[in-house]
Unconditional design. Structure first.
Lengths: 305, 560, 305
C-alpha cells in the first residue's frame, strides 16, 4: 500500500506537468488577445501592454518563466483585473466556491444515496419508481432552469431566503440545492445501478444463505460493492464542485471562482485561466488518487499493484 | 414537469401593481444601493476604458468641468471659469482652490501630470487617443516625442493653459470625460518610494481622490462602498452619505434583487433583457431615454459581391427597421438609416428611407443580379449574445423575404469575432458605437481612412478632406453642413448599414430622486437623494437638480 | 434508434461458458425485454418521438405551411393555440415545428455521441483496469489530463483550425463524453477481475481479450447503461453550449438544447418557450431510462430467479 501510494504520488508530477504544458499551449494558441476590444488600440500602446506582461517574448521563454513562477506559488497577474493578482482573485473567490460545494455535496450525497438505496432494495416497486422518477426530474431540469424557479418560489414569493448575493449561510442554501440536485440525481441512479449489480452476485447470495440479517447485508455488502460506480463518479464530480459552478454562481451572484472558467477564457485572461486550470487539476488528481484508495477500502479484494 | 412547475409559479402572479417589487427602502435616507454589473478593469482615470469603471470615476473624481445632469452642457467644476483664444486653440482655465481627499492642495500641476500621463505610451492607456486633442499628443503616443512636449502648462498653481491640435467645438464637453480627471502625483510618487506597484494606487488602502465620493471598501466581485468625501469642494450640496455598489452580472438576477429591494436602481451598467421589456414598461418605476449609441452592420467592401455599392444599398433598404425595433429589440429604440442620430448637437440627419423594398430590388437588378439566386451566399457574423442573435435572425429573414438572397448566420466568441473584424475576415458583421461626446464627429470619424476602428476597408479622400475641413471651421452652422455633406457622401457608398439608435431602459425606485435621463447615461450620485415622503400621483415628476453646480452657469463660462 | 445497442464486441461473442451465456443470451434477453411492459412502452415512445422529429416538420409544412425559420414578427411570442399547439416564439415561428426540427439534431447528436462515448469509455476502462500496472497508470493519467485541459480553448482552437461541421460537434462532445464511463468501468473491473469466475477463466488459459470482452464488460453493463442515460441529456445541453462558442447548430436552425436555453431566458414571460422543449427532453430521458433499465435487467441472466 505504501509503495503504491509513493508510486502514485510520483505519477502526479509528470501528469501535472503535461496538464500545465498542454493548457498553456491551448490557451495561447487560441485566436484573440487579452487587449482587443471594440476600440482599436494604437500599435505603440499595444506594444507597451504586451511588453508589460511579457507577451512579446517567444512562447517557450514565456512558458519557462510561467513555470518558474508557478513553482514559487506565483500565479501571475490578471490582464482583465490589472489591479489584482491571480493569487488574490483565487484567494477571494475560492472560500465561497468551497462553501457552496460543501452544501451541494452534503445535499447530493444525502438525497442521492438514500434514493439509490431505496430504488435498489425495493427494485421495481412504487418506491423504486418514485425515487427514480424524482432522480430523472433532477437530471432533466438543468440548473439554469432550476435556479431561477427556486428563486421565484422561495425568495420572491415566499420571502424565505435572499434571491442572490453572498453574506451568510442562508445565501448558499438555494445555490447549494441547485448545484447539488443534478449530482444527487446522478448519484441516485448510479447507486441503484451499482447495488443491483451486486445484489444478485454470489457473495450476497452466500451472505443470505448464511442467514445474515437483511439490514446487515445492505450495509455491509451491497452498499460497499454498489458504491464503486458512485465513488468513481465522485472523483471528477467533487473536483468540479470545489472549483465552483459557472451557471449557479452567476444566477445567485456568488463571487466564487466558477465563472472564471468561462469568463476568463472569453477575456483571454491568460494567467487567470491557467490559475483556474492548475487549481482544478490539483483537485482532480488528488481526488482521483483518493478514489483509487477508497476502492480498496470498499472492496478488500482489489489489490494495489 | 416544466409545465407543472411553471404553471404553478406563473399562475399565482400577484395582482397588477404599479411598481415592480417593493417600494420601501431597506436602508436609511442617506444611502443608495445600486448595481454596477461588473468589476471595472481600471479605476485609474487615465487608464479606464469601460462603463463599469466610468460609473465610479465620475463620482470619485472631479475634472475641470462637469456635465449638466440633464443636458450634459459643460459647467464649472474645479475650473470656475475659462478664456478661449480667438482662434479657438488656446484655453486658459482658472481653478478654484480645492483639496485632495488627503488634505493636500489640488493644483493645475495635477492636471498637467494627468494629461501627460494619459498620452505617455508607458502608461499604455486604451484611451490615449483622447489626449490627442492636445497639441503634440499624437506624437507622444507614438513614442516620437517626450511627454513634457505636450502643449499643456500650469501658468501658476491655479491657472492651466492647454493648446489644441485644431479647433474643437465640443472640447469643453469632451473634457468632462473621465480620462481628463486630475491624478494625485504625490500619491503615485509616494508608492514608488515605498516600492509598491503604482498600478495599485486606486485600491481603497491607497486611493486619494477629489470627487464627491471616496471608496472605503472593495470586496472583489461583491460590492464597493463609497462614502461622501468631506473635502470635495461642493460637499455641502452632496446629499447621500453612503453609496453601495454591487457587482451583479446577470440582468435577471439584478431584476430579482431590485424587486426584493436590494437595489434602489439597477444602474446604468445593467441592461434589461428584451423579452422583459413589454412586461416591465407597464410599471411606474420604469423609465426610458435615448442613448448616444448607434447599432449598425459593417460591410467588408473588399469582398465580392459586397464590393458593389449598389448591392450594399439594396441590403440597407431591404431592412424593415421599424419592425425590428418594435418586435425584436422592443426597447423603444429609434430606427435610423443614418449613422449620426438626428438632432445631435444641432445636426439634422440626412433624409433616407428607413425601409424601401421596391427600390432595394431595383438596385439589386441594376447591380447585375436580376435573379437573387445569382448572388452568392452572404455571411452575417455577430458575437455571441442573445440580443445580437435576435437582430441577426430577424435581418436574415428580411433579406431573404424582400430580396430573396441567402444569408448564413455565424456567431463567434467575442475575442474571435474581434480578431476576425480586425483582419477583415468577414462579409457583414454587427457593431455598436457609443458616442464619447455629443458631436457628429464622434461617429463620422469611424469612416476615416486612418481610423483603426474602420472595419469596412472603405476609404475616400473626399470624405477625409471634408471632415478635416469641417474641423477647421469655426462657424457651427457651416461646420455642421460640411459634416452632413461628408455623411451623405459616405452613405451613397454604404460601407455600413445603420439600424437604430439605442435607448436606455431603467428601473428606479419611486423614493429615489434626482436621476435625470440623458443621452450619455451619466447620473452623478451627488445629485441623487432619497425622498421617503409618500409619492404624489404625478408620474415621474420632474426633479430639478439641486446642487449649486447645476444651476445655469453664473460664471464667465463661454462654451464655443 | 430502437433503443440502446449493446457493446458490439459482446454481441459478436459466441457462447462458451462464463457468466454470460452465449448467443442465446441475446435471444433470451430479447424475450425478457418484450415481457417488460414499461421498457416496451418506453421503446415505443422513443420510436414515436423519432418518427415525429423525422416527418413532423414535413407534415406541418405541407398541412399548415409553417417552417422552422420563416418569421412573422407581428405574431411573436403567442401562447399555445389551435393554430400553434406549442405557441410561437419571439419571432412568431411555430414552436412545434422548431421543437420537432430541433429534436432531429439533438436526438442524433445526443444518442449517437452518447453511444460512441459509452463504447469507447467501456472498452478503455476495462482494458486499462484488466491490464493493471503501468498500462493502467498511463491510461488513467491520460484520462485525468483530458479532464483537466481547458475545454473551451480546445473547442475554440478546433473551430479555428477545422472550421464548423457536425462532425466537429461529435468530436468536441466525444472528446470528454467517454471519460466518466471509462473511470466507472475501470472501478467496476478492478473489483470484478479478482472474482472467482475471472480467476477461473484465467487459469483455464482464456485469452485476455476474451476475458475482457466476454466476462468483464458484460458485467459492467448496469453502471454503463446508467452512465449512458446520464450522458444523453448532458450531450444535448452541451451541444447548445458549443453553439455559444460558434460550433454546433447555427441560428436560425434550432436544436433542443438551444431551445431550452432560449426558453430558460424567457420562462418568466413566455413560459411555453421553455415548457414544451423541456417536456420533450424530459419524456425522452424517462423513456431512455426505463428502456435502459429494461435492457439491463434483460441482459442479466440472474434476473430469471
Amino acid at each position: 500500500m505504501r509503495a503504491y501510494l509513493i508510486r502514485r504520488f510520483m505519477e502526479l508530477i509528470p501528469t501535472a506537468l503535461i496538464i500545465v504544458v498542454g493548457s498553456f499551449a491551448l490557451v495561447r494558441l487560441a485566436p484573440g488577445s487579452p487587449f482587443s476590444s471594440e476600440k482599436e488600440l494604437p500599435p505603440e500602446i499595444r506594444r507597451q501592454l504586451d511588453a508589460k506582461y511579457g507577451f512579446d517574448k517567444p512562447l517557450p521563454e514565456q512558458f519557462a518563466r510561467y513555470l518558474g513562477n508557478l513553482l514559487r506559488g506565483d500565479l501571475g497577474p490578471s490582464t482583465k483585473y490589472p489591479q489584482r493578482s491571480v493569487n488574490e482573485i483565487i484567494a477571494d473567490g475560492f472560500p465561497i466556491s468551497l462553501t457552496l460545494a460543501g452544501v451541494a455535496l452534503v445535499w447530493s450525497l444525502l438525497v442521492g444515496i438514500t434514493a439509490g438505496i431505496i430504488g435498489a432494495v425495493r427494485q421495481n416497486t412504487v418506491w423504486d419508481h418514485t425515487a427514480m422518477a424524482a432522480a430523472l426530474v433532477g437530471i432533466s431540469i438543468p440548473s439554469f432552469v432550476l435556479g431561477p424557479l427556486l428563486v421565484l418560489l422561495f425568495a420572491l414569493r415566499l420571502h424565505l431566503l435572499p434571491p442572490a448575493g453572498w453574506g451568510d449561510l442562508q445565501h448558499v442554501i438555494l445555490p447549494g440545492i441547485t448545484l447539488g440536485t443534478i449530482y444527487a440525481a446522478s448519484i441516485a441512479r448510479l447507486t441503484r445501478g451499482g447495488m443491483l449489480e451486486v445484489v444478485r452476485s454470489d457473495f450476497i447470495r452466500t451472505a443470505r444463505a448464511k442467514g445474515l440479517s437483511e439490514r446487515l447485508i445492505i450495509w455491509r455488502h451491497m452498499l460497499r460493492g454498489g458504491l464503486l460506480p458512485v465513488v468513481s463518479y465522485l472523483g471528477p464530480a467533487i473536483a468540479s464542485m470545489l472549483t465552483g459552478s459557472v451557471v449557479v454562481e452567476k444566477i445567485f451572484n456568488l463571487p466564487g471562482i466558477g465563472p472564471y472558467f468561462v469568463d476568463a477564457a472569453f477575456n483571454r485572461d491568460y494567467f487567470l485561466v491557467m490559475g483556474i486550470v492548475v487549481l482544478y487539476a490539483f483537485f482532480l488528481l488528488v481526488l482521483n488518487l483518493m478514489v483509487d484508495v477508497i476502492y480498496g477500502l470498499l472492496d478488500p479484494r482489489i489489490e494495489y499493484s | 414537469m416544466f409545465c407543472c412547475a411553471l404553471a404553478l409559479l406563473t399562475g399565482c402572479q400577484p395582482a397588477e401593481t404599479d411598481f415592480f417589487g417593493t417600494t420601501r427602502p431597506r436602508h436609511g435616507p442617506d444611502e443608495l444601493w445600486i448595481n454596477n454589473a461588473g468589476e471595472p478593469e481600471w479605476l485609474d482615470p487615465n487608464k479606464c476604458a469601460d462603463g463599469n469603471g466610468g460609473e465610479i470615476l465620475w463620482n470619485t473624481f472631479a475634472g475641470l468641468v462637469q456635465a449638466h445632469p440633464a443636458t450634459l452642457e459643460p459647467l464649472p467644476e474645479i475650473a470656475t471659469h475659462w478664456d478661449i483664444s480667438a482662434d479657438g486653440l488656446i484655453y486658459t482655465f482658472h481653478l478654484r482652490p480645492s483639496e485632495w481627499s488627503d488634505g493636500k492642495p489640488l493644483t493645475a500641476h495635477d492636471f498637467v501630470y494627468s494629461f501627460r500621463r494619459l498620452v505617455d505610451p508607458v502608461t499604455a492607456s486604451r484611451y490615449a487617443t483622447n489626449g490627442h486633442i492636445f497639441r503634440g499628443g499624437a506624437a507622444i503616443s507614438r513614442g516620437e516625442a517626450a511627454p513634457e512636449t505636450l502643449a499643456v502648462r500650469a501658468l501658476d498653481d491655479l491657472t492651466l493653459e492647454v493648446t489644441l491640435e485644431h479647433p474643437v467645438p465640443y472640447f469643453l464637453q469632451f473634457l468632462t470625460f473621465y480620462s481628463f480627471m486630475p491624478i494625485p502625483q504625490h500619491v503615485l510618487e509616494d508608492l514608488v518610494a515605498r516600492g509598491i506597484d503604482t498600478d495599485l494606487w486606486t485600491r481603497p488602502e491607497h486611493v486619494v481622490c477629489n470627487g464627491a465620493y471616496r471608496m472605503t471598501e472593495w470586496r472583489f466581485r461583491q460590492r464597493m462602498v463609497f462614502e461622501k468625501n468631506p473635502r470635495y469642494w461642493d460637499a455641502k450640496n452632496v446629499s447621500l452619505a453612503r453609496v453601495k455598489l454591487s457587482m451583479v452580472e446577470s440582468s435577471t438576477t439584478a431584476l430579482n434583487m431590485y424587486a426584493a429591494g436590494e437595489f434602489d436602481w439597477p444602474g446604468s451598467n445593467t441592461s434589461l433583457p428584451a423579452e422583459f421589456m413589454d412586461e416591465l414598461s407597464r410599471y411606474e418605476d420604469f423609465h426610458r431615454h435615448p442613448y448616444l449609441a448607434v447599432y449598425f452592420y459593417w460591410i467588408n467592401t473588399r469582398a465580392p459581391p459586397l464590393d458593389n455599392p449598389l448591392v450594399r444599398r439594396a441590403l440597407s433598404l431591404a431592412i424593415d427597421r421599424e419592425a425590428l425595433v418594435t418586435h425584436v429589440t422592443r426597447a423603444g429604440q429609434i430606427p435610423s438609416a443614418t449613422l449620426v442620430p438626428d438632432g445631435l448637437a444641432g445636426y439634422e440627419a440626412i433624409a433616407l428611407p428607413l425601409f424601401d423594398p421596391d427600390q432595394a430590388r431595383q438596385l439589386l437588378r441594376e447591380a447585375g443580379y436580376p435573379r437573387p439566386e445569382d448572388l452568392p451566399v452572404v455571411t452575417l457574423s455577430y458575437n455571441t449574445s442573445e440580443g445580437h442573435k435576435q437582430v441577426a435572425e430577424a435581418i436574415q429573414q428580411m433579406w431573404k423575404k424582400e430580396l430573396g438572397i441567402r444569408v448564413d448566420l455565424e456567431n463567434q466568441e467575442w475575442k474571435v469575432f474581434l480578431a476576425n473584424a480586425e483582419q477583415m475576415n468577414f462579409q457583414v458583421c454587427r457593431m455598436g458605437w457609443t458616442g464619447d461626446y455629443a458631436d457628429p464627429f464622434t461617429f463620422l470619424e469611424l469612416l476615416t481612412t486612418d481610423c483603426g476602428n474602420n472595419h469596412s476597408a472603405w476609404s475616400s479622400p473626399d470624405y477625409d478632406a471634408l471632415l478635416a475641413d469641417a474641423n477647421r471651421e469655426s462657424d457651427t452652422r457651416r461646420r455642421l453642413a460640411k459634416l452632413r455633406e461628408a455623411e451623405s457622401l459616405m452613405l451613397q457608398d454604404q460601407p455600413l448599414i445603420p439600424l437604430y439608435v439605442y435607448t436606455r431602459s431603467q428601473l428606479i425606485k419611486p423614493y429615489v430622486r434626482g436621476i435625470e435621463g440623458n443621452h450619455q447615461d451619466r447620473h452623478p450620485w451627488k445629485h441623487i437623494w432619497i425622498d421617503e415622503r409618500p409619492r404624489n400621483n404625478e408620474r415621474k415628476a420632474a426633479t430639478a437638480p439641486r446642487t449649486e453646480a447645476c444651476r445655469p452657469a453664473t460664471t464667465t463660462a463661454e462654451a464655443a | 434508434m430502437t433503443g440502446i445497442p449493446p457493446p458490439s464486441a459482446a454481441a459478436e461473442a459466441p457462447g462458451n461458458g462464463g457468466l454470460v451465456a452465449g448467443s442465446s443470451l441475446w435471444h433470451d434477453a430479447w424475450k425478457r425485454l418484450r415481457k417488460n411492459r414499461l421498457a416496451v412502452a418506453s421503446g415505443i415512445v422513443i420510436l414515436v418521438l423519432t418518427a415525429a422529429c423525422l416527418v413532423g416538420p414535413l407534415v406541418i409544412a405541407t398541412t399548415w405551411g409553417y417552417d422552422y425559420e420563416t418569421q412573422d414578427l407581428a405574431y411573436g411570442a403567442r401562447p399555445p393555440s389551435w393554430q400553434h399547439p406549442f405557441g410561437t416564439d419571439f419571432y412568431g415561428r411555430d414552436l412545434l415545428t422548431r421543437v420537432l426540427y430541433g429534436g432531429r439534431v439533438s436526438l442524433t447528436v445526443g444518442l449517437l455521441a452518447a453511444v460512441v462515448a459509452a463504447t469507447i469509455g467501456t472498452v478503455y476502462g476495462a482494458v486499462s483496469s484488466y491490464a493493471g500496472g503501468v498500462v493502467d497508470s498511463i491510461m488513467m493519467r491520460a484520462v485525468d489530463i483530458l479532464y483537466a485541459l481547458p475545454y473551451m480553448f480546445l473547442v475554440i482552437i478546433l473551430v479555428t483550425i477545422l472550421g464548423k461541421s457536425l462532425l466537429l460537434v461529435f468530436l468536441a462532445l466525444g472528446a470528454v463524453g467517454w471519460l466518466l464511463t471509462a473511470r466507472i468501468v475501470r472501478g467496476q473491473v478492478m473489483s470484478l477481475k479478482e472474482q472467482d469466475f475471472v480467476t477461473a477463466a484465467r487459469s483455464l488459459g482464456t485469452p485476455a481479450h476474451d476475458i475482457v470482452f466476454r466476462h468483464l464488460i458484460p458485467n459492467t453493463l448496469g453502471p454503463v447503461i446508467v452512465t449512458f442515460t446520464l450522458t444523453v441529456p448532458s450531450m444535448i445541453l452541451q451541444e447548445a453550449f458549443l453553439s455559444f462558442l460558434g460550433l454546433g447548430v447555427q441560428a436560425p436552425r434550432p436544436s433542443l438544447g438551444a431551445l431550452i436555453n432560449d426558453g430558460a431566458n424567457q420562462m418568466l414571460v413566455f413560459w411555453w418557450t421553455l415548457a414544451f422543449p423541456g417536456a420533450v427532453m424530459a419524456i425522452l430521458l424517462f423513456a431512455l431510462n426505463f428502456l435502459g433499465d429494461g435492457v439491463r435487467d434483460a441482459l442479466d441472466p440472474r434476473m430469471k430467479h
